[in-house]
Write a protein that binds this ligand. Structure first.
Ligand SMILES: *Cc1c(COP(=O)(O)O)cnc(C)c1O
Length: 412
């Protein structure tokens, strides 16, 4: 049979167990505990010898179905759904690293991820080294024998920087370092992480996947490409578990013990979101390009940054990695912070809110909001200017959004 498309696989993924009523949607298993036929069965379940759900913090049929749908479209060796994108990131790092290790990443990071590295993990003895991801030599020079992870975001936010992921992965691979990519802005339909050398994807399914900001959630997607004998902490498991080291470490220890599981209700909402992911990605990316081109032609706008624009210095690498769908986030600069605020206050359709890949178009002034806790020097390092606005484009008619922006630009 011909290879099925992304959405066909999502829509027609079967259940692991036949539903007694023939339900087309996986029911929401709103329960905590599961019972067994016999004492022998419960013993086998606890020993991991007979696959069975035991307790919904560890696994649940509705959450498992959502994980299986993601596995069907990624060919990953394992997928774990968590309570949030931040939970996905922290679970992977806690599973892979120990005190004294370091992570190589960039300062161009989602704000809470930067805070997680710089504050939360620092206190437990994990060092973070910041590189320029667009300079492979610089990244290579920061990796040493204590480096456990090269952590990158596929499109950074709000800088919208796009690194050459294959080139970075080649360097990491040569040094035995695990490549973890935050693919929130470019989920599996957009970006084939395996083909570009990423070992593990972590992402916030709150954004594109949830179906228009319905629920908070996160995913760990393990491509199974890393040789775990190269990680000093996990090497003892590598012989026995092969490519399943991380998934097993998470399910049987870190994910279970930290308790940041996805709820069955959120899994049901996100499974539904996943069914329309490709439609929403296609429309929002098309809208983002049209709106970016309009902004480039507007006289009040000083600069526009969107990897889909021919004028972007990342256009070529972005097209190679994400085709014509480089997410739907763009930034643009006005003359001053005052102009940005005046513009924000004049908008009538576009919402002032912090989220990405909602169904609605959202706008934010990053410098005064998500980056307000950082000093001037850090903001400069992060490429966050007070003249910059971030537009997260939705799926409205793009003409309506352009009309709103055009009117708001008049007289500021
Ligand atoms: C939102 C976001 C996160 C965090 O996800 P939550 O689901 O809010 O915890 C991580 N990385 C990126 C790039 C994000 O945009």
């Amino acid at each position: 049979m011909k290879k099925l498309s992304f959405t066909t696989k999502i829509l027609h993924r079967g259940f692991l167990k036949k539903d007694p009523h023939g339900s087309l949607h996986m029911p929401t298993y709103n329960n905590v505990a599961f019972e067994y036929e016999s004492a022998e069965d419960i013993e086998l379940a606890f020993q991991g010898k007979k696959p069975a759900h035991m307790y919904s913090r560890i696994s649940n049929p509705t959450v498992e179905h959502f994980e299986q749908k993601i596995r069907a479209v990624t060919d990953a060796v394992g997928v774990i759904a968590l309570s949030s994108g931040m939970a996905a990131i922290s679970n992977v790092i806690l599973a892979v690293c120990q005190a004294g290790d370091n992570i190589v990443t960039s300062k161009h990071l989602f704000g809470n991820t930067y805070s997680l590295f710089e504050r939360t993990f620092k206190d437990w003895g994990l060092e973070t080294r910041y590189a320029d991801m667009t300079d492979v030599g610089n990244v290579s020079s920061l990796i040493n024998d204590k480096t456990r992870i090269l952590f990158l975001e596929t499109i950074t936010n709000p800088q919208l920087e796009v690194a050459d992921i294959k080139a970075l992965a080649d360097v990491a691979k040569a040094k035995g370092v695990l490549v973890v990519a935050d693919t929130t802005l470019t989920p599996p339909y957009i970006f084939d992480s395996k083909a570009f050398g990423v070992d593990v994807e972590v992402l916030s399914s709150t954004k594109y996947i949830s179906g228009g900001a319905t629920t908070v959630g996160g995913l760990v997607i393990d491509n199974g490409s890393y040789d775990w004998s190269k990680n000093s902490k996990l090497a003892p498991d590598a012989k026995k578990l092969g490519p399943f080291v991380l998934i097993s470490k998470l399910r049987q220890e870190v994910y279970r013990n930290l308790g940041a599981c996805m709820s069955p209700q959120n899994a049901a909402a996100q499974s539904l979101g996943l069914e329309t992911l490709t439609l929403r990605v296609d429309v929002s990316c098309k809208n983002a390009l049209v709106i970016a081109e309009f902004l480039e032609s507007a006289s009040k706008v000083k600069a526009v940054n969107y990897p889909g624009l021919k004028s972007s210095k990342y256009h070529e690498i972005s097209e190679k990695q994400f085709g014509n769908k480089p997410s739907s986030i763009l930034t643009f600069d006005l003359a001053s912070k005052e102009e940005c605020f005046a513009f924000l206050n004049k908008l009538e359709l576009v919402r002032r809110a912090t989220n990405l890949n909602d169904n609605r178009t959202l706008i934010l002034h990053p410098e005064s909001t998500i980056f307000c806790e950082y000093d001037e020097a850090t903001k400069k390092d992060m490429g966050v200017r007070d003249t910059m606005l971030r537009l997260a484009v939705g799926i409205e008619d793009e003409g309506d959004v352009i009309d709103d922006i055009r009117s708001a630009l008049v007289g500021i």
